[in-house]
Design a protein around this ligand. Structure first.
Ligand code: NIG
Ligand code: FE
Length: 414
């Protein structure tokens, strides 16, 4: 048995419960002063407050003094595209001269540029690069993350990306949840032929979705429902097949144009719908009445110079809000979830308590990990962060610095 005690916690702040928190519950956090937490074999055994120490805590194998700092659950990153070849810094001058995100994609650049580089990269190159990203994320306080495929758009490369993630989930302390996103763009081979998008969706439904399921390479399936990418009907066909096979569903919707993706997420019973910059009332109503979590990505809005998703309105409607980085080489080349928290506060006008829920239990539930991580409660994984901050206000206020002092994953200092 291995034990770890964190004592002298000035403030322990955490959402409570293994469910998505919407409406008023989004802002409800438990706050314990002068707290301590005992972790046994990676699982939380006891939490105390008021200066009390858990029974047997003083004999723990490792004792960490939090020196009066804030402790929260380890952050949960709910949306990334972190496996990719190359980078796309050459798009910066193109954008500054006026090219839009979809203009670059339509001209065969954007996602398709990354697809060429990802197809050319070996398993080992992708593994090493992604491992570096996981290390960096963990240093910033993230202890569980989601990652999508979607830069292969052919059988072998999609499988290669998912195998990289599967191996990293085994090898790296980070818990990595994989999402199959074969429907991320129309590949070059199909782009200029009539009916190409339909034919590609058919291929994904016939070959890739069943293979990914059979080999347990992903728990979720995601589709980019967007003008010039996949329309409502194509997205629905893909999601229906994914649902039939037992995948949890996610939708990239209303990032640039609202073409029905968020309505579709509600109709299909998706666990989450992501981006939502351009969401309209119909989409909001569909998500609210079907319990779909809104995965909002404010650093993408920042980087694209776009509007910010109406997160406050979503909270008013009772939609559980998660915020994530969307880390990818095109629309968000940053994996810093602390910066995302600052943006959620300043640009979405979310309160610090609401922000904490949005980077812990809500994304945990949206990636199927709500019963294991996302809160500090007895029986859950011992994943936590000791912050160079006395409270959440400080975390939402200081931006651009890394305030994570110590990150603990399953009771181990990482
Ligand atoms: O979520 N919108 C689609 N996919 C990514 C961007 C991918 C890219 O540009 O490489 C996103 O923003
Ligand atoms: Fe994305």
């Amino acid at each position: 048995m291995t034990t770890l005690l964190v004592k002298n916690i000035g403030l322990l702040q955490t959402p409570v419960g293994s469910f998505s928190h919407g409406g008023a519950a989004q802002g409800e956090n438990l706050k314990l002063q002068d707290a301590a937490i005992l972790i046994e074999d990676g699982v939380i055994k006891e939490i105390t407050s008021g200066g009390e120490i858990p029974a047997g805590g003083e004999n723990a194998d490792t004792i960490i003094d939090a020196e009066g700092h804030l402790v929260t659950p380890g952050l949960v990153e709910g949306h990334t595209h972190m496996v990719f070849g190359g980078y796309r810094q050459h798009e910066i001058p193109m954008k500054l001269k006026g090219a839009g995100y979809l203009d670059i994609l339509r001209a065969g650049g954007g996602i398709l540029d990354t697809v060429r580089k990802t197809r050319a990269a070996s398993f080992q190159e992708l593994y090493d690069k992604t491992e570096g990203f996981l290390d960096e994320m963990m240093g910033l306080g993230v202890t569980t993350c989601e990652a999508k495929s979607g830069y292969g758009l052919d059988f072998d490369t999609e499988v290669k990306m998912l195998e990289v993630l599967k191996k990293l989930n085994e090898d790296h302390p980070m818990d990595v949840v994989s999402t199959f996103m074969g429907a991320h763009a129309i590949p070059e081979e199909y782009k200029d032929i009539e009916g190409g998008a339909d034919a590609f969706i058919d291929l994904l439904c016939r070959d890739l979705l069943p293979y990914v399921k059979e080999h347990q390479l992903a728990d979720f399936a995601d589709v980019f429902t967007e003008d010039s990418v996949f329309n409502y009907a194509q997205s629905k066909k893909y999601l229906e097949k994914a649902k039939e096979l037992g995948f949890g569903l996610k939708v990239h919707a209303d990032e640039i144009e609202a073409i029905g993706g968020s309505e579709l997420s509600g109709e299909m019973g998706a666990v989450s719908c992501e981006h939502l910059i351009a969401i309209n009332e119909k989409g909001l109503a569909s998500m609210a009445s079907n319990g779909v979590t809104a995965m909002c990505l404010p650093a993408t809005s920042f980087y694209l110079g776009a509007d910010f998703a109406p997160a406050r309105r979503m909270i008013e409607l009772g939609i559980p809000v998660a915020v994530a980085s969307d880390f990818n080489p095109g629309s968000c080349p940053s994996l810093n979830l602390q910066f995302v928290m600052n943006l959620a506060c300043i640009k979405y006008r979310m309160l610090p308590e609401e922000v904490l829920t949005a980077v812990t239990i809500n994304p945990a539930c949206a990636i199927g990990k709500g019963s294991l991580v996302g809160t500090l409660e007895v029986g859950k994984q011992g994943d936590l962060v000791i912050w160079d901050a006395p409270d959440m206000d400080m975390l939402c206020y200081r931006f651009g610095s890394n305030l994570a002092l110590q990150v603990i994953k399953k009771g181990m200092l990482v």
